[in-house]
Write a protein that binds this ligand. Structure first.
Ligand SMILES: C[S@@+](CC[C@H](N)C(=O)[O-])C[C@H]1O[C@@H](n2cnc3c(N)ncnc32)[C@H](O)[C@@H]1O
Length: 494
């Protein structure tokens, strides 16, 4: 990014917007990727300014762990004692000093101006002093200072130098080890964490039957490496492309496309007419599965517990026009994902052949006839640790305490998915997380608790992909495949 000029006489709007975004993330639990587009529009930031704000927000949120340790080393009190708004501004300044191509004097003076705008004169002098200290070393100099010795404490070193909470470093390392062996895991872990800190490109997915990759490449995108439905967009606003605007293509990580395609192409004995996407919101996989189902004359029922997310699924499927059933079935009024939910309740939700239907219901309660589907996608709610590249604040929000609740729901959803599929039918258990507890362990526990499930080797369903491990499940990795860290286990009801 080109260096920016110094703005000392007034607040730089791009930096002011970045500070506002950081405050919203901290105080309102906002998601940067949802918040930023509106903020940029409201502040009328476009072009270079919009790109600068985006990099500032994303980079600062990703680097937060490292930056806070750096700032703490420059402050003579605990960070808890620093005014949170001033601390946000210091984080932005630190990112500019250590990781962006911004002249140091501009990084310091604009941050001091920002602090002056949200706090008093004393706070701006404090910010000036701290940032001058931060600027005395480069990033690797600071890592030498703040991180533990990698020989004594390799996880602590990675956590401090790659700005990840230690429990996530540990979970990623365990998963790499389980899927790739101890030696490779040792080599890979740093690259994986670095990949989490790199800005991912935009990947598009065509809706089968409505568009083709060639239409996207004609518009300047590059055909993707693995998914036959994907193209990489070099830059620009995907919403400006006609196929995206018209609902014939959408933005979707290539890993998500690959796991959906794997379910759709897995060999199946007997009828192949009814497909279920059990946790469909916001509808990325449903949109791909819908096209593949319709091409085969099959139907897709897309279910989502949250009505507003079910509405997003309907929107994702809008390109299929009158194939999408009109009626919105809302079964979610008394939906429950806790232990008391009655997983055996069934009503009569069944789409007509060759159509798409969206409903809002609890997948555990399963308001459809047991055993009525041929293929079921269960893209389970999870920690999202596989998508840290896209959700810069997520790593600081989640904690290991989330796993208990999530794995309980995941097990119940997987049992329900297996009950929903006919004997011989297939269930794809998918998470956007490589954490072993919510991937391999959930599948093992559920398979062990039943006598009617066989595991299917998922690897042949991802042709051309290297490094798929020893099977039968598949773990994709950002540093190896350029995708989110999607997990896929394929199960057959026997
Ligand atoms: C990982 S997301 C699914 C992403 C989606 N498949 C896609 O590709 O766009 C998980 C979804 O499951 C929904 N969910 C959580 N618990 C559920 C339940 N008991 N029944 C149905 N959906 C549920 C969440 O609201 C969330 O939208």
């Amino acid at each position: 990014m080109a260096p920016r000029t110094t703005l000392t006489s007034h607040i730089d709007p791009a930096r002011a917007a970045a500070l506002e975004a950081l405050q919203a993330v901290r105080t309102r639990d906002a998601y940067a990727n949802l918040l930023l587009p509106k903020l940029l529009r409201d502040r009328q930031l476009t072009g270079r300014d919009a790109a600068f704000t985006t990099e500032l927000v994303y980079g600062t949120l990703r680097g937060l762990g490292t930056y806070d340790a750096v700032i703490a080393a420059c402050v003579d009190r605990s960070l808890d004692a620093v005014d949170p708004e001033v601390l946000d501004a210091l984080r932005l300044g630190t990112h500019q000093l250590l990781a962006m191509d911004v002249p140091p004097h501009a990084a310091v003076s604009t941050t001091v101006e920002l602090v002056r705008s949200v706090a008093n004169e004393g706070a701006s002098r404090f910010a000036n002093a701290i940032l001058r200290r931060v600027g005395q070393r480069d990033l690797s100099g600071w890592i030498d200072r703040i991180a533990p010795d990698p020989q004594d404490d390799p996880e602590g070193f990675l956590a401090a130098s790659r700005s990840h909470p230690r429990w996530i470093v540990s979970a990623m390392w365990d998963s790499l080890q389980a899927h790739r062996g101890a030696q490779r895991a040792h080599q890979d872990i740093g690259e994986l964490l670095d990949a989490d800190n790199a800005r991912p490109g935009v990947t598009l997915a065509v809706r089968p039957g409505l568009s083709e990759v060639a239409e996207l490449t004609d518009l300047g995108a590059l055909a993707a490496r693995y998914s036959p439905y994907a193209a990489y967009l070099a830059g620009g606003d995907p919403g400006g492309l006609a196929p995206v605007r018209e609902g014939r293509a959408g933005v979707q990580d290539e890993g998500s496309q690959l796991v959906a395609t794997a379910l759709a192409t897995a060999p199946l004995q007997g009828p192949d007419e009814y497909w279920l996407d059990m946790c469909a919101g916001p509808g990325g996989k449903a949109a791909l599965l819908a096209g593949l189902a319709l091409e085969r004359g099959a139907s897709l029922l897309a279910n989502e517990i949250a009505p507003h997310r079910a509405e997003l699924v309907r929107r994702a499927l809008r390109g299929y026009g009158d194939r999408l059933a009109d009626e919105a079935v809302d079964e979610a009024g008394d939906a429950a994902t806790d232990e008391t939910a009655d997983a055996t309740q069934s009503t009569d939700v069944q789409p007509k052949p060759g159509t798409l239907q969206v409903i809002a219901a609890d997948g555990i309660r399963a308001p459809w006839k047991a055993g009525s589907f041929d293929r079921v996608m269960l893209d389970a709610p999870c920690t999202g640790l596989g998508a840290l590249r896209r959700r810069p604040e997520a790593r600081w929000r989640r904690g290991p305490e989330d796993l208990d609740r999530l794995t309980r729901v995941q097990r119940r959803l997987l049992s329900s998915a297996l009950d929903s599929v006919r004997p011989g039918g297939l269930v794809a258990y998918v998470t956007c997380s490589p954490h072993l507890e919510e991937t391999r362990d959930v599948v093992r526990q559920v398979v062990k608790s039943r006598r009617d499930v066989a595991r299917v080797d998922a690897r042949p369903l991802l042709p051309g992909l290297p490094d798929l491990g020893g099977g039968p499940d598949v773990q994709l990795w950002p540093h190896l495949h350029g995708t989110d860290a999607m997990y896929l286990a394929l199960l057959q009801r026997t």
